[in-house]
Design a protein around this ligand. Structure first.
Ligand code: ADP
Ligand code: TRP
Length: 322
């Protein structure tokens, strides 16, 4: 298994990012033959237009991932733009990409539906993402549910290139964790930076507690039995709670007599403990920026080597190498 995933450095990572994506990155680095994880700064440029901020967020993202358990001895951690081969590969793929395929992709479609102007970067975003994946012969791509469409586009583009020019690319598959495919935010909608409803992994404990207390709940009386499966507070609780505690809590939901405040306190306690070690590691890494840059530098060199091989294969197949 060759695993690859990318994450945009557009702000602090939240619980949705962790349970939907980052937790899988960490697990898979132990199971995969090779794992590549990168910080998608080229993709971030489609929304983040502040140079100082992008620079800072890129290093922050690296520190976050390392603190959360990405091990540079097991996984190649790098920055997307340190592998320029991907941009050439993106062009090779773009020449065979039907406009209609990209018009159906949600990032572009949503922006257009809101009457906003989209640029060519946003429109071709999924092609760059396809190049990201194909450049490393990745077969498994751990992501949250919202990215599945992009992985499908990648498969389509790879298959049609292979069909035209011969077997150059490995067709990848998305790997979605079913129980965390769509982590809800404090308003009950999908947790996302763009909805301002996140609880961030490295929020200080007191901020986490405050946000947890603000999680939206309904106004049914305490006595009334409730179905845990349809309650987003319970869904969040389940992400952190060990199996037994989860079962016990579910039983109390069904029985009635359980107040939401109690669930919130339990969730806040569990989540603060859950990320305590990572928070400590994050603090240590902040004082070692040179070490972080070194890890990214080594990762970039390794990633370039692999991408250069795959790019050569593609150039050769389509007649660019003469
Ligand atoms: P955001 O929506 O906050 O901008 P990104 O789009 O940068 O987050 O997502 C980064 C990764 O985290 C992707 O793999 C995405 O699928 C996953 N992810 C983001 N939000 C959630 C969520 N609420 N539930 C599950 N996975 C998520
Ligand atoms: N589009 C992804 C996101 O917003 C980030 C990304 C870029 C990515 N390239 C990738 C994810 C390649 C997986 C594989 O989350």
């Amino acid at each position: 298994m060759r695993v690859l995933s990318g994450i945009q450095p557009t702000g602090r990572f939240h619980w949705g990012n962790y349970f939907g994506a980052i937790r899988q990155y960490v697990q898979l680095q132990y199971e995969a033959d090779e794992a590549f994880y990168f910080i998608a700064n080229l993709h971030a440029l489609t929304t983040l237009r502040d140079a100082a901020q992008l620079r800072q967020y890129t290093l922050d993202a690296a520190m976050d991932l390392l603190a959360l358990g990405i091990d540079p001895d097991r996984a190649t951690l790098f920055v997307q733009s340190d592998v320029p081969q991907v941009c050439e590969l993106c062009w090779l793929l773009m020449t065979g990409t039907p406009m209609g395929l990209l018009e159906r992709c949600h990032a572009y479609k949503d922006k257009k539906a809101k009457g906003l102007l989209a640029d060519a970067g946003l429109f071709t975003y999924p092609v760059l993402q396809a190049a990201d994946i194909l450049a490393y012969d990745a077969d498994t791509v751990p992501v949250g549910e919202d990215q599945v469409q992009h992985i499908e586009v990648c498969r389509d583009l790879a298959a049609s290139f292979n069909h035209e020019f011969g077997p150059v690319f490995v067709l990848p598959q998305a790997k979605v964790m079913r129980e965390a495919a769509k982590v809800p935010g404090i308003d009950g909608e999908k947790m996302s930076k763009s909805y301002n409803n996140t609880i961030d992994i490295f929020d200080p404990p007191e901020v986490v507690r405050k946000k947890v207390m603000r999680i939206k709940t309904d106004s049914r009386p305490v006595d009334q039995p409730k179905d845990p499966e349809t309650d987003h507070l319970f869904q969040l609780y389940s992400l952190f709670a060990p199996e037994e505690a989860r079962e016990a809590m579910a039983t109390r939901y069904r029985r009635g007599g359980l107040g939401y405040a109690e669930v919130k306190t339990a969730l806040a306690d569990l989540s603060v403990d859950f990320f305590a070690e990572a928070r400590e590691r994050r603090r240590q890494l902040e004082s070692q920026p040179e070490r972080v840059r070194e890890i990214l530098g080594d990762g970039g060199a390794k990633a370039r080597k692999k991408a250069a091989e795959v790019l050569e294969r593609a150039r050769d197949a389509c007649g660019i190498r003469y």
